[in-house]
Ligand binder design. Structure first.
Ligand SMILES: Cc1ncc(COP(=O)(O)O)c(C=O)c1O
Length: 498
């Protein structure tokens, strides 16, 4: 599907020649990365990029401890998991020690998609029900079973929503149905799930599971209001379903104070199934589903064994153990709190300065910058977001824009990100936003490579930009929200226990 083209004297994957099925970052001017270390990536010309988006290289690109552990185990043994091996047992013990006690059975898989697919199987087998409630804009993986429950995908394609899939509103208190000024957004959003269950029941359908990321990532860096998950879990369990927390993007200490993002919601919230992936192997493909003994027993009682050739192999488990060691040894959770707080403080200063920044939200090293054309209406600044990420790339900073309107700058760097990195990124963002505002003030409303941006930019960036004269009258909704949320860094409609 992907074609290799000759570019100068090197081979490069040229985005414009690749079908829409295979999308590279910065498709209009892709980067060829040859090596990476820590939070930095280096291109074919030796150019350095600060990686602000790579939550796969969780403990840092090519971390020597992780590389060493993989190489050492590769020299001794790698085979499928039908033999006894200490690595898998030790890893399962270490992993479950990070989770509430009831989550005690691990199934090892190789990708986030495999983990979520298995989670659905477990839920359906346990309850004998079929239907799944998912959040709007959610993405849970690329397998057929997951495209079906990923509005982020199926709403873009020709696929219609399947009758056994129910889409609940994303608990987004900035752009969603219930916002920061709602007196109880958590209950209001949870009641939407309750309504869905009632409707499904009245149509003779039965709920097997509710699935959600503990914080929505592709969905626009959304942090659900405190209390939402508890209420949803209550409704779903009463209906005979289970709660699946997808931690594929946001697990392994990214939020700082907790190892798992769902733990921000308090000790009284424990999912029935947790799925994990990306950061787990620091780039090595490994993933896992952790569930209760009761659910696991129901699954095995079906008589259908679960076998996965590569899942839990000795090398993957050695890698997984090394990742856990590094998180601990280097106090990366502490770093996520410290650097996350600092970065948010810097971004807040930018928000006061730049009308285009509508909202800053995040926890630890998971932060979103919601760009708007108009503060009051919160009109998404989609083209501007694309322009900004290309300009930031020119400055050596890798960011991406996502969310339903692709106007949210995503920040989820390797966990070794430093305060100096944060300052470097924000200084450049300041410069790019200032230049963009100056251009607009000069009534040059068209972003093009001849005016603002000399980088090749995708077609969608070449659009009319409105004047931001509404600046003075802009209403600072987020401040109101942040007034409620006095916690230094956690940007929620109600404070979570971070
Ligand atoms: C929240 C979430 N779940 C699952 C997946 C699927 O993971 P993978 O690409 O490893 O199959 C992704 C991938 O982006 C994801 O973001």
């Amino acid at each position: 599907m992907c074609e290799l083209y000759c570019k100068q004297d090197t081979l490069a994957l040229r985005g414009k020649h690749i079908g829409p099925s295979c999308k590279v970052f910065f498709a209009a001017d892709p980067i060829k990365i040859l090596r990476a270390q820590g939070q930095y990536m280096f291109d074919e010309k030796g150019g350095r990029y600060l990686d602000c988006i790579n939550n796969v290289a969780h403990v840092g690109h090519c971390h020597p401890e992780v590389v060493k552990a993989a190489a050492k185990q590769m020299e001794i043994l790698n085979t499928n998991s039908r033999f006894l091996h200490d690595n898998i047992v030790e890893y399962a013990k270490r992993l479950t020690a990070t989770l509430p006690q009831t989550l005690s059975v691990c199934y090892f898989t190789n990708s986030g998609s495999e983990a979520n697919d298995l989670a659905l199987r477990l839920a359906r087998q346990f309850r004998g029900h079929q239907d799944v409630i998912t959040l709007d804009h959610a993405y849970h993986g690329h397998l057929s079973s997951l495209i079906e429950i990923s509005p982020y995908k199926f709403q873009k394609g020709k696929d219609d929503k399947k009758e056994f899939v129910h889409v609940a509103p994303s608990p987004d208190t900035y752009r969603g149905k219930y916002r920061e000024d709602h007196k109880d957004a958590a209950t209001a959003y949870a009641d939407e799930v309750k309504k869905i269950i009632e409707e499904a029941h009245s149509n003779g359908r039965k709920i097997a599971a509710f699935i959600a990321e503990s914080m929505q990532s592709c969905g626009g860096q959304i942090i659900p209001p405190a209390g939402y998950f508890q209420k949803v879990a209550e409704h779903v369990r009463r209906a005979g379903g289970v709660f699946i927390a997808d931690e594929v993007q946001v697990g392994f200490g990214r939020v700082g104070k907790h190892f798992w993002s769902f733990q921000m919601h308090g000790e009284d919230f424990v999912p029935d199934i947790v799925t994990m992936g990306k950061p787990m192997g620091n780039g090595h493909p490994m993933s896992c589903v952790v569930t209760t003994r009761e659910i696991a027993e129901a699954f095995s009682s079906s008589g259908m064994e679960y076998f996965n050739t590569y899942g839990g192999n000795p090398v993957s488990c050695a890698v997984g153990l090394a990742v856990l060691d590094v998180i601990e040894k280097e106090n990366l959770q502490g770093n996520a709190i410290r650097v996350g707080n600092y970065l948010t403080k810097l971004l807040d200063e930018q928000k006061a300065k730049h009308p285009m920044i509508g909202d800053i939200r995040g926890v630890g090293l998971f932060i979103g910058i919601d760009l708007v054309k108009d503060h009051e209406k919160r009109t998404p600044a989609t083209a501007e977001a694309q322009h900004i990420i290309y300009k930031m790339k020119e400055k050596g900073v890798l960011l991406s824009a996502d969310g339903p309107h692709r106007n949210v700058l995503k920040i989820k760097p390797p966990m070794c990100f430093t305060e100096e990195d944060a300052k470097f990124m924000v200084d450049h963002l300041d410069g790019v936003l200032t230049a963009l505002e100056v251009t607009e003030t000069k009534s040059d409303h068209v972003i093009s490579k001849n005016t603002v941006c000399s980088t090749k930019v995708p077609k969608e960036v070449h659009v009319e930009l409105p004047n931001h004269s509404a600046m003075e009258s802009r209403e600072n909704h987020s401040k109101k929200r942040n007034g409620v949320c006095s916690d230094e860094h956690t940007r929620l409609s109600k404070r979570l226990k971070t």
